[in-house]
Design a protein around this ligand. Structure first.
Ligand code: GZL
Length: 328
């Protein structure tokens, strides 16, 4: 924002303005009142988690007095890349990106760096090779979420003499939460020496509709007799799967144990209704924390490469008490 104002005064003033603000290549200047213009390329609106995350960030930006240019990329990487390029052309002060998948960002992140606009990752991450092209990531430790799910499964099925047969509904293919929730889960099962078989594992793309459709295919292909556990990488896919399980005549939460990740109101209600067995929390309500990070980045403060949001996990004994606390 300040760049445009100073550009109208002349190069000399512009150089003075930048030096006065301590603005180097990667610092943002913002308005004279400290307000920032922030470009936010959001994944989409595929889940209650995502909707809550967008609402949290929008409310926090408004409360902090910043202008938020918000783009819902409908889970389409090309749309996200196009949004980032638009933010660069509009010379926003800071770009916030929630990358739908981990790869394919080097070129556009380099363009942002060349334009002197710092990038903050919110929620999901990008591949390590691009680590120098963003300032910091604020979001969940997805591998730790997977480890929490794996710890509960290893304890629950420790005495399963004939081996634990598992179905997995993965999140969006290539996304950090899908990759890391899978890795963390099976890392613990292996470390605990659980005797298990992955009967099938497919992506439901984090949506209820696709989760239900994949579960229907699992049921058609394998049947549910002898299936011990469904590990669903988010609530929507787990709730879609529950519908498919019920339509097949089986009892979710009893005939097949179910783990979900996120912790939405609908997920906890299904738990209270006995239809699932363990919920790993993934916290979308980090808008205020994100604004703090963006302001520090705009000031040129040095930050850790990753800041994890606080999260927990809940078993059936805790669902009823926790349901009223859920924010999405
Ligand atoms: C996780 C987030 C995931 C949620 C899903 O931080 O990226 O995307 O777990 C959402 O509900 O679609």
């Amino acid at each position: 924002m300040l760049k445009k104002v100073l550009a109208g005064i002349g190069a000399g003033a512009l150089l003075f303005g930048l030096s006065a603000c301590g603005g180097g290549d990667d610092d943002a200047e913002g308005g004279a009142d400290g307000s920032l213009v922030i470009g936010f390329a959001q994944v989409g609106a595929e889940s209650a988690w995502r909707t809550a995350n967008s609402a949290s960030v929008q409310a926090a930006a408004e409360a902090a007095g910043h202008e938020l240019k918000f783009v819902d990329a409908q889970q389409d990487q090309e749309k996200q890349i196009s949004a980032v390029r638009d933010f660069i052309n509009q010379q926003v002060d800071v770009i916030v990106l929630a990358p739908v998948v981990e790869t394919g960002w080097t070129e556009v992140l380099q363009e942002a760096e060349d334009a002197g606009i710092p990038v903050v990752l919110a929620d999901r991450g990008v591949e390590a090779a691009d680590e120098d092209l963003y300032v910091t990531r604020l979001g969940s430790d997805f591998a730790e979420e997977g480890r929490k799910a794996g710890t509960w499964a290893a304890e629950t099925f420790a005495d399963d003499a004939d081996g634990t047969r598992i179905l997995e509904l993965q999140g969006t293919t290539g996304s950090a939460p899908a990759n890391d929730r899978k890795a963390g889960f099976f890392e613990v099962l292996d470390a605990e020496g659980l005797d298990y078989e992955i009967v099938d594992s497919q992506s439901g793309n984090f949506t209820a509709e696709e989760g239900k459709a994949v579960m229907e295919t699992f049921i058609t292909t394998h049947g549910l007799d002898g299936i011990d556990l469904l590990y669903a990488h988010n609530d929507e896919m787990g709730l879609g799967a529950i519908q498919a399980i019920e339509e097949s005549g089986k009892v979710p939460g009893t005939d097949i144990q179910i783990i979900i990740v996120d912790g939405s109101k609908a997920g906890f209600q299904a738990g209270v209704d006995g239809k699932l067995n363990y919920i790993v929390e993934c916290n979308p309500v980090f808008g205020d924390q994100l604004m703090d990070v963006v302001e520090q980045v705009a000031n040129g403060d040095s930050l850790e490469k990753f800041t994890a949001v606080e999260e927990s996990a809940f078993d059936a004994s805790q669902f009823e008490a926790e349901l009223p606390n859920r924010q999405f």
